[in-house]
Design a protein around this ligand. Structure first.
Ligand code: 5GP
Ligand code: ZN
Length: 113
């Protein structure tokens, strides 16, 4: 499978892992856009949010709950954080294995650029 994130899951490509369970892996982004920038991904290879099925509802919920937990561990719950899925090209999706961005440690603008 030519997928960078599947290779991070198997350990073929190294990453700074910060969380793992049976369904989910989280690691630091290689090119952080904020002091804290973590990617939370399912072990299951799903290319984009628009490919998700009803049966993936629990998984997507758990990605958000892991994001919440990591935000707590990283100390950015009170200050604030952003959780983002980019879907396809207008959103700037570059890796086609869904990933939830957890961003924090600075103030973000709205609307996003
Ligand atoms: P996207 O633009 O697809 O939403 O985000 C992809 C993210 O994956 C980017 O923030 C990028 O820096 C990150 N990324 C790409 N390749 C690697 C890698 O090999 N290791 C890690 N840790 N992050 C990566
Ligand atoms: Zn993959």
């Amino acid at each position: 499978m030519e997928c960078i994130f599947c290779k991070i899951i198997t350990g073929e490509i190294p990453a700074k892992l910060i969380y793992q369970d049976d369904d989910i892996v989280a690691f630091r982004d290689i090119s952080p856009q904020a002091p804290i920038h973590i990617l939370i991904i399912p072990r299951k290879h799903i290319e984009r949010i628009s490919d998700m099925k009803d049966e993936d509802a629990g998984l997507i919920g758990n990605l958000v709950l892991v994001g919440k937990k990591i935000a707590q561990d990283e100390g950015i719950t009170e200050s604030g954080f952003r959780l983002v899925f980019n879907n396809n090209k207008d959103a700037g999706q570059a890796v086609f294995h869904i990933h939830l961005h957890l961003l924090g440690g600075r103030k973000f603008s709205w609307p996003p650029g």
